[in-house]
Write a protein that binds this ligand. Structure first.
Ligand code: HAM
Length: 422
């Protein structure tokens, strides 16, 4: 039997998990500082929720969902977080309790995509949603928050792309303009785009197929058909972004792959080429009709999600945080093992992270592991030391060693760690 992880689904061993946690913690900090509360929704939702929101004709709904039937109910393991959060918002009548709601979430999402670097079948998102604020100031602030989060992580060289789809009428108008423009060239388009011409023509603008590029480049722009309030909204967004000093490009071809958007759309692309297929680290936009479409009261909304794995890739070789294990306790000889375990426990109780080596190996071998673990201090607990009521403290960073009376040990360790911390 050769059991392996499901294709496109990754293990996070401790080094990777540490990077992931670093991203999640930076995210949490940014969001809580901006007044967002955490929401945790189930991994599994009714399939109809995703079909109704993300939409038929999208890759996610047509090809990528992990769906199954259990107890006669069609269920899907969530491909994204927005739909489930919207369902929870409506189900718990959150709109009745507050006019504006700000939520964030982190967690695993599932899409049966073709796996490659930066694109997986189980991946993780950190995301945020705002309900109840229709204005462009809200959009600008959210985009600025995303930029702040990336800067906090040390990803400063990412580029913000924004576009506006307009509201449902503008979108319908543009859809027709695009279909009229592309139909005479239909046979020259890629097979996927030919199919999308009928089902979801806006997605053609997102096509990577070589034969489509010529037509995409000279296609009419949605910004050309924006008018009235849609136009004013987009102008407002750009004004606030400028005031906030957020550099962005107006990407007239940005359409995004999910159907629920209207008006503001944005993506953040990592400048580094290390991301392969997934240079887009963040995607988001406004979806003012979703809450009403799902049976809630008409409530404007906007949100974003960032791919955790892609952020970790964008961090590249940036070092994960310093060793979490400053102290290594070495037991020398069988009778020293119990006392060493007690020292380890007492250190941890006092808040000092440490590991006890009770394997009964040579001091050399234990110190080798202490170094490999990044310890700054090794405490050698030997029979001779115990008899004298001391422990040998090896300061591995300062290359010093001293005997410390057992009663003084904690204070001594604390003092050295405090000194060694830059
Ligand atoms: P999305 O663009 O489908 O939007 O995904 C957001 C981000 O999740 C992407 O930019 C990417 O970093 C990451 N991502 C997506 N698919 C994969 C994959 N297969 N492997 C690795 N990373 C991936 C949404 O999901 C929307 N719910 C965002 C949103 C929130 N819009 C409004 N509110």
């Amino acid at each position: 039997m050769n059991l392996r992880a499901v294709k496109g689904m990754n293990d996070f061993l401790p080094t990777d998990a540490r990077q992931a946690r670093r991203v999640e913690e930076a995210f949490r900090r940014t969001m809580e500082r901006a007044g967002f509360g955490e929401v945790r929704t189930p991994l599994v939702e009714p399939t109809a929720l995703f079909v109704r929101t993300i939409g038929e004709g999208t890759d996610v709904v047509d090809k990528e969902m992990y769906s199954f039937t259990r107890h006669d109910e069609g269920l899907t393991i969530r491909p994204e977080g927005t739909a489930g959060a919207a369902r929870a918002y409506i189900e718990h009548k959150v709109h009745a309790a507050e006019t504006v709601t700000k939520w964030f979430y982190t967690g695993a999402m599932f899409r049966a995509e073709r796996p490659q670097r930066g694109r997986y079948r189980q991946f993780h998102q950190v995301g945020g949603e705002i309900y109840g604020d229709p204005g462009p100031a809200c959009d600008a602030e959210l985009i600025a928050l995303v930029v702040e989060f990336l800067a906090d992580l040390g990803i400063g060289d990412a580029v913000v792309h924004v576009n506006s789809l307009g509201g449902p009428e503008a979108r319908a108008r543009y859809r027709q303009v695009l279909v009229d423009y592309l139909t005479p060239h239909a046979e020259k388009l890629s097979a996927d785009s030919q199919r999308r011409l009928a089902s979801n023509p806006l997605r053609i603008l997102d096509s990577k197929a070589k034969e489509d590029q010529e037509w995409i480049a000279s296609a009419p722009r949605i910004s050309d058909v924006l008018e009235g309030e849609d136009l004013a909204h987009f102008e407002g967004l750009k004004k606030h972004l400028a005031a906030l000093g957020v550099a962005y490009v107006h990407d007239t071809q940005l359409v995004r792959g999910l159907d629920y958007y209207g008006r503001t759309l944005f993506e953040v692309k990592a400048a580094k080429e290390i991301l392969g297929a997934g240079s887009t680290v963040v995607g988001g936009g406004r979806y003012d009709t979703m809450i009403g479409d799902l049976g809630g009261p008409a409530t404007p909304a906007i949100g974003f999600a960032a791919g955790l794995e892609r952020l970790v890739l964008a961090l590249g070789e940036q070092k994960a945080e310093e060793s979490l294990l400053p102290v290594y306790v070495c037991a020398l000889g069988e009778s020293a093992v119990s006392p060493a375990l007690v020292i380890g426990r007492d250190l941890r109780r006092a808040g000092v992270a440490c590991e006890v080596d009770g394997r009964g190996q040579s001091l050399k071998s234990q110190l080798r592991r202490a170094n490999a673990r990044g310890a700054r201090i090794a405490l050698v607990v030997g029979e001779g030391e115990l008899a004298r009521g001391v422990v040998q403290l090896k300061d591995l960073a300062a290359h010093e060693q001293v005997d410390v009376a057992s009663a003084e040990l904690l204070a001594s360790v604390h003092a050295r760690l405090a000194k060694a911390t830059p």
